[in-house]
Design a protein around this ligand. Sequence first.
Ligand code: GTP
Ligand code: MG
Length: 136
Amino acid sequence: IEKTFIMVKPDGVKRQVVGDIIDRFERRGFELKGAKLINVPRELAEEHYAEHKERPFFGELVEFITSGPVFAMVWEGENVIKLARIMMGATKPEESQPGTIRGDYAVTISENVIHGSDSPASAEREISLWFGEGLA
Ligand code: GTP
Ligand code: MG
């Protein structure tokens, strides 16, 4: 059985869609294994998005993630890593379908409401990074 790391980004917390996002995951049948509202230290944001360090939008990305509290979660269930990505919708707003979280809430590529691990390796890395070895 798989676990994945899901984070409601600062725009989602501000817009009060945390409850809706938890509801969508619960309705799908996934189990919440950990959750916390936190102000993200810069070092944690940089480590989380380390794969994008060389991208032109990296500075903006770190600014955004540290701009207000995020709601970090670990969800467990059958194929949850891939299914969560489908529930989230595409990164680009013109590609995220209505009915998905981003398709319902986001119109910009940078303020796109939610993050979810993109592979088993990312999920393991991100769960340890945000919640420590206990949950991984
Ligand atoms: P995450 O779940 O946040 O990792 O999103 P993703 O996996 O759908 O996309 P990716 O990992 O490729 O990019 C990480 C984040 O960087 C995205 O969610 C966007 O917020 C941001 N991002 C990606 N591409 C761009 C871009 O071209 N411009 C800007 N400003 N931000 C971008
Ligand atoms: Mg990503």
